[in-house]
Design a protein. Structure first.
Length: 55
């Protein structure tokens, strides 16, 4: 079999001041098919998507 090409996505900031981000299906590097889910601490409201997909 020939070489395999894997798409690497930009790094996702998983450390949030007023919320939480969880890497899903992700090893050390975010690659195609992985994602992160975001949530807020009590009293804060999420603006934007609660999920970021690496496509």
């Amino acid at each position: 079999a020939g070489p395999v090409s894997v798409r690497i996505c930009p790094k996702i900031h998983l450390s949030l001041e007023n919320g939480r981000a969880e890497a899903r299906a992700m090893e050390r590097v975010p690659v195609e098919g992985t994602w992160a889910e975001f949530s807020c601490s009590p009293g804060f409201r999420l603006v934007g998507s609660a999920r970021s997909n690496c496509t």
